[in-house]
Ligand binder design. Structure first.
Ligand code: CTP
Length: 130
């Protein structure tokens, strides 16, 4: 049984989010998702989320290929989370390429291509212009 770990904010859940989780799930039998807390997201992206962390966690946990979720409280805890959840794979979108290579000593780190032409930021901007 291989454990797969991935992280993200997953705000205004969209097709790119669905696809990365679906593709990540195929690497093993247990997909664990660290959902970034509201506070962590604000530090990372300098804006508040549209959906709360509880709403974002609820959406992710309802996907049938997601086995476990937790709240990611700080970027600095990545190594602890990988060890705690005994991750065999850390899988992220390619916007993170190289950024998690420091964890290659404890798991396999894989960057998957992003789904083109969609992101939470783009959706917000599109809706603003309507
Ligand atoms: N992701 C993806 N394809 C997209 C958008 C996101 O594969 N089109 C992946 C990211 O690479 C990441 C995960 O989904 O591994 C969560 O990304 P997140 O930052 O929450 O979503 P974005 O839509 O990129 O959000 P933002 O525009 O706020 O940066």
């Amino acid at each position: 049984m291989k454990n797969i770990l991935t992280f993200g904010t997953f705000d205004i859940f969209h097709y790119g989010h669905l696809r990365i989780l679906e593709r990540a799930s195929k690497y093993g039998s247990n997909l664990i998702v660290g959902v970034s807390s509201d506070k962590l997201n604000f530090n990372k992206k300098k804006r508040n989320t549209i959906y709360t962390q509880e709403e974002r966690m609820h959406i992710i946990s309802s996907l049938n290929f997601v086995d476990n979720i937790f709240l990611e409280e700080a970027l600095e805890f990545k190594r602890d989370y990988i060890l705690k959840y005994k991750a065999d794979y850390l899988i992220m979108g390619c916007d993170w390429t190289g950024k998690f290579d420091e964890f290659k000593d404890i798991c396999e780190v894989i960057y998957l291509p992003r789904t083109p032409d969609i992101s939470t930021t783009e959706l917000i901007n599109k809706i603003k212009k309507l």
